[in-house]
Design a protein around this ligand. Structure first.
Ligand SMILES: [Zn+2]
Ligand SMILES: [Zn+2]
Length: 99
């Protein structure tokens, strides 16, 4: 994942996502709601600033059958698991994942 503060790539270490560049600690997706409880400040889901996603022209959308989707690779929790690709349909913005 990428640091929401400075945009650097963050390598997970002991289950934590600590940015080596600016020291910002990212929360994993899904944990945001729980960790934000006592701050009183609404936490917005990580916004990737400059997002240039590669296009997979061979990916077929399961919803509208459009051929062509943007994808991002996400490293799953365990390091020995393969990366998951999150596809976003170019046509209908439907999202799905592939392993
Ligand atoms: Zn950072
Ligand atoms: Zn689609």
């Amino acid at each position: 994942m990428f640091c929401s503060s400075c945009g650097s790539l963050i390598i997970p270490n002991n289950g934590k996502y600590l940015c080596n560049v600016c020291g910002n600690e990212e929360k994993q997706k899904g944990e945001n709601k729980i960790t934000a409880k006592s701050t009183g400040k609404e936490m917005v889901v990580i916004k990737e600033t400059t997002r240039v996603e590669p296009l997979d022209s061979e990916a077929v959308c399961p919803k509208c059958n459009h051929k062509g989707a943007y994808y991002v690779l996400k490293q799953t929790r365990a390091a020995d698991e393969p990366e998951t690709a999150i596809y976003t349909c170019q046509s209908c913005s439907h999202r799905w994942r592939e392993y």
